[in-house]
Design a protein around this ligand. Structure first.
Ligand SMILES: NC(=O)c1ccc[n+]([C@@H]2O[C@H](COP(=O)([O-])OP(=O)(O)OC[C@H]3O[C@@H](n4cnc5c(N)ncnc54)[C@H](O)[C@@H]3O)[C@@H](O)[C@H]2O)c1
Ligand SMILES: O=C(O)[C@H]1O[C@@H](O)[C@H](O)[C@@H](O)[C@@H]1O
Length: 280
């Protein structure tokens, strides 16, 4: 199935960069967007348009004739609320409202495990677990999921909320459960786009890890069947990490290090992201 036009936000980002080529292949025109000046060489059928998510007019200018929006643009770490307000909260509103006004039928959104990050890992949470954000960053993901739910109920704009766990190199024991490989990310986004009817849906973005701490069984209709398994890294990671403090919220909760961020000091939770394309 070829769509006429898809829009990708966050196209200059780590995950957006992996999505550009497969999305371009699914449509006649891919409009890739980011706040960055440019994104380098374009794929067949791809066009780049700079836009600040916090500015409605700039977001609306992306949408004319769009079938769907794949919304990956955001500030991707914990920050003071006022720094997240424009890109992550208002930005989501702008995407949904502009998509609706343009007659688009679906938004596929990069949500996060941090929308439910304060749940204990010993609770094998499903897609219907109540929101339990661990940070202002996670709160913006909760806000956007609720926004998507409301636009579906009131305006029949579909959305799929991909609660991605960790799309990064497996270098700690949490990631043995939370890893999402880039190939599985591409399959996840492809299924979210090409499944004919999704209404308002939530699914965890996680690979087929032996230690995956979340349950996607109620999202099986989306047809996402991850292939990669972080267990291949277990021996090395466990040997390097040594014993952990089991009373540490960062160990006990789904949100990992974000679960122990003091909101008063938000901005300190910088996670080390290592791009591991060559190794996975
Ligand atoms: N990488 C992960 O493990 C992970 C996990 C859960 C969720 N996510 C979500 O996936 C998405 C992509 O994450 P990533 O890891 O590729 O991060 P990234 O920082 O590499 O990409 C985010 C992109 O958003 C753009 N952006 C930021 N502010 C903007 C603004 N005001 N207007 C327009 N664009 C703006 C940035 O320029 C950047 O290119 C984010 O929404 C993130 O919250 C990522
Ligand atoms: O929890 C995780 O591993 C990841 O969660 C994502 O939402 C964050 O954007 C990223 O910085 C974290 O590394």
């Amino acid at each position: 199935m070829k769509f006429k036009k898809l829009v990708l936000t966050g196209a200059a980002g780590r995950l957006g960069s992996y999505l550009r080529e497969p999305l371009a292949a699914m449509c006649e025109e891919l409009v890739s967007s980011d706040i960055a000046e440019d994104i380098g060489k374009l794929y067949d059928g791809e066009r780049y348009q700079k836009a600040d998510l916090a500015e409605y007019d700039q977001v609306a200018a992306l949408m004319e004739g769009a079938d769907m929006v794949v919304h990956f643009g955001a500030i991707v770490d914990e920050k003071p609320f006022m720094e997240l307000l424009g890109p992550n909260f208002v930005g989501s509103y702008n995407v949904w409202e502009a998509a609706y006004q343009a007659g688009a039928r679906r938004v596929v959104y990069a949500s996060s495990i941090h929308a439910v990050g304060m749940h204990k890992k010993s609770d094998f949470i499903g897609i219907d677990a109540p929101h339990k954000p661990d940070t202002f960053y996670g709160l913006a993901k909760c806000f956007t999921e609720d926004l998507g739910s409301m636009y579906w109920d009131k305006r029949q704009l579909e959305s799929v909320h991909l609660r991605i766990l960790s799309a990064a190199q497996v270098n700690n024991s949490r990631a043995l459960g939370s890893w999402l490989s880039y190939d599985d990310l591409i399959q996840l986004v492809t299924r979210a786009v090409d499944t004919p009817s999704v209404g308002f849906s939530v699914i965890y973005g996680v690979s087929n890890n032996d230690r995956a701490p979340v349950d996607n069984s109620k999202a099986s209709f989306l047809g996402y069947r991850p292939k990669d398994n972080a267990e291949q890294f277990a021996e090395k990671v466990l040997a390097e990490e040594g014993p952990v403090d089991i009373t540490d919220p960062g160990q006990m909760c789904h949100g990992g290090p974000f679960a122990k961020v003091d909101l008063g000091e938000s901005g300190i939770a910088q996670m080390t992201i290592v791009d591991d394309k060559k190794e996975t």
